[in-house]
Design a protein around this ligand. Structure first.
Ligand SMILES: [Zn+2]
Length: 303
């Protein structure tokens, strides 16, 4: 069933777990994620992005129907959302398509401008019963700088800013920077857990999001989840592991007949196995939809 971001995260703080936010960029990876969550009876967030998904889609609207239909037909709660939308327009488009959440990223803007942009999106999204995630502080990566792969402490989220940002914007989930980085890491990353604890204290019942999960050791994930993280974005790591499984099959079959279907099968198997693993690491729990039914929103009924 399709649910909103707010609904899918509704029990995460009390029960101290995180919901994985995984790859909705392509059909076969999305299938693997969903198969694993159905087998484990766990909720799933599938994300797409304007930059990475649509250039390769047959048509944007068809890709979105595919994701939404997968969620609609699923036995477990699924939230479809746009990740790192850079504009108000992209968020409106996601709402129009029927997403249960949007992430508006204005984290490179000064504080006041970030608040202004996010507040506009919140106003529109909440009118449609759709939840909003935003980012305060900045999780780096993909910027093409020589020190890429290293989290920069000057961009870490300041706990007092997180508190002010949450109360000014009324967002439903907040991405915070405390040592993670998008894409591969240089060296072993260490999360600033005391900072996360302080942010958790300041924002109370607001779910917190970890971006740049790929490459973090399991122990760091566990510490993050125990100390206040409720959604983990995990994309690159799964794409790499999936590609490695396909590469292995390809190498084993060098010079022999090999089909795209065989490659996709090992790819999906790798995605299923990894999704099951991270569900354990994130301590993801089955969502009690009866309990969160009071949060049911018009958009959800509309779907
Ligand atoms: Zn991110």
């Amino acid at each position: 069933m399709l649910v909103t971001l707010k609904e899918i995260l509704s029990e995460t703080i009390e029960k101290k777990y995180a919901v994985p936010a995984l790859n909705g960029h392509d059909f076969f990876t999305a299938q693997g994620c969903l198969l694993a969550c159905e087998q484990m009876n766990k909720p799933l967030i599938l994300m797409y992005s304007g930059d990475f998904t649509f250039p390769y889609a047959f048509r944007q609207d068809v890709h979105m129907r595919m994701l939404l239909e997968m969620g609609r037909c699923s036995k477990v709660p699924v939230c479809i959302m746009i990740d790192h939308a850079g504009s108000y327009e992209l968020c409106l488009q996601a709402i129009h398509y029927g997403c249960g959440g949007v992430m508006i990223d204005a984290s490179t803007q000064p504080f006041d401008k970030n608040v202004e942009i996010v507040s506009e999106v919140v106003k529109a999204a909440h009118a449609c019963g759709v939840s909003v995630e935003a980012e305060i502080g900045h999780v780096g990566g993909y910027e093409g700088t020589p020190d890429e792969g290293v989290a920069k402490p000057e961009f870490y989220t300041k706990p007092d800013e997180a508190e002010r940002f949450a109360s000014l914007t009324k967002v439903d989930a907040l991405a915070v920077a405390f040592g993670s980085n998008h894409g591969p890491y240089q060296g072993t990353p260490h999360l600033d857990i005391p900072r996360l604890q302080e942010i958790r204290k300041r924002v109370g019942g607001l779910p917190l999001v970890l971006h740049g999960g790929s490459g973090l050791p399991d122990e760091e994930f566990s510490k993050a989840v125990e100390n206040g993280i409720n959604k983990v974005n995990y994309i690159s790591g799964m794409q790499i592991n999936c590609a490695n499984a396909m590469r292995k099959l390809s190498e084993e079959n060098a010079g022999k007949r090999l089909t795209s279907r065989q490659l996709m099968e090992v790819g999906v198997d790798a995605v299923v196995a990894e999704t099951k693993h991270i569900l354990e690491v994130f301590n993801t729990q089955a969502l009690d939809m009866q309990a969160s039914a009071s949060e049911a929103v018009t958009a959800n009924n509309y779907r």
